[in-house]
Design a protein around this ligand. Sequence first.
Ligand code: ARG
Length: 601
Amino acid sequence: MRCGFLSKVLDLPPENLIKSISAVPVSKKRRVADFQLSIASVTEDSSSDCLAPDLNLQAQKLAERLKCDAVVSEISAGPGTVNFTINRELLAKTVLQQVLKDGSEYGVKSELFSTVPKQKAVIEFSSPNIAKKFHIGHLRSTIVGNFIANLKVALGHEVIRMNYLGDWGMQFGLLGVGFQLFGNKEKLKTSPLQHLFEVYVQINKAAEDENTKKLAKDFFRKLEEHDEQTLSLWKQFRDFSIDEYIRIYKRLGVHFDEYSGESFYQEKSKEVLKMLENKGLLQKTIKGTGIVDLSEKKDLSSFSTVMRSDGTSLYITRDLAAAIDRMNKHNCDTMIYVTDKSQSNHFQHLFQILKLMGYDWVERCQHVSFGLVQGMKTRRGEVIFLEDVLNEVRSRMLQNMASTKTTKEIEDPMETAEKVGLAALIIQDFRGLLSSDYQFSWDRAFQSRGDTGVFLQYTHARLHSLEQMHGNEQLTDINVACLQEPDAISVLQHLLRYDEVLYRSSQDLQPKHIVSYLLTLSHLAAMAHKTLPVKDSAPELAQVRHSAVRGRSLCGADPVAEALVCYSVHFSVLSLYACLNPSAFPVDRGSAVFLPLAGCS
Ligand code: ARG
């Protein structure tokens, strides 16, 4: 849109403008222009700070040289920028038409993405360990990975969602022995995650005893030798756990295309060790372990252990085999791993070894890491199961709903509570930079006012009910002359920035740009609601519709045009929500949604 508006005034082909023109962020305090051209991005040698005054001067000169036309109504110079104001009516018309035309693909179809090639990405996320805790790090990996996958899909890329389970290793020796002692087949079927965890805790207590240790070792050895009975019990642990995970992930709106796991790479990691040896990369230590030297000077100042002294593989060996297999199988353009930052070293080593092995595609692998979250507790205490978090979200939100007088009668309060609560949880998590640690607070996350997921849900519900009341048939008659109030202009200007925000998040994979965009959008929508009321009763509506066609309104402003602003906001809210987590947002639930703010019903 920006290029179309400005290419004539600047006398430059649109494709030259894509990267140098941006929409000006809306400001509460003052009226702002619509677009700005950054002088630094159009002049070549602009990296040095000492050029700043020169940039200002250049901006001024350029602004003086350019002439307004029917499209651009004002041109001014700012610090290092030339600012443009578009003819107000044209702005309103173009933005609204674009939103209506592109619908849920608004922003995605922007020229900003025209040069970005469509890619295939394997995104590995969640990846919990069977029989161990599903801790908050796994929860964060799940929602962040899902966000990245949703965003990429929304932008037209091909995505494979992969869950790489911790389903192998000595813990299965202990678990096997534990199951023989304390296990119960019925419980394994009905609640595998909880039962296996309990068995694991019990056997760990007993593991001090030398005999138990020996039994566990034997069990794991039999597993590695593919003893039929042992393998069949292990397979039941795995299969039942996956079934339960699928059910719980569904509540979060998450699914996987592939359930992979460390167990797949037991044999293949032997091949990796052979390859390392053949390439002269594997060194034996006095203790008999196998290491790869990662130091530049080859003085072992940095190394990675890839083989135990008994010749068996480690976590990193299985990851090496898994990465090679993923690339062979999917031939993807990018491979992303989402885990907390405590594993940054692991992934650095993994990528370094792959590089030494000659796999140039490692350049296209990326570890997306995130910070630690403290203080998330449920009624049952510290987080052990994902399901506990989801139940806590639901019951806390139900309680909030019960104590809010303005809550509407709703069909399925449990489901609504869960969706609104999940939005609250996700937005709290996505507001900051992923790498920052933060202190979790249920109260802060669940506030109905302020920058929370509850507020977004509320805005969404309000817009949705507006949309339902006004229907779509009005969208053809846009009287843009009635959309000139500052609050309407602010919404339009904010909508102009939507593609840039999507672009930014797609580049650095940080959800916070989208979240803060959405929150601003919701604040602007709230303001527009107050100052630009849309009439909602049917007979009145018929009257104002009529007046809107005549270009005049009975109530000061044009409700049709105002409704359009709301629709536009709504469309972009919807498509953004879809990136965050579609199932956390009750998009098809109409207005029958929890309305937590006083005075809104
Ligand atoms: N299961 C591991 C854990 O819970 C996370 C796996 C991360 N992915 C990987 N390819 N190593 O710590």
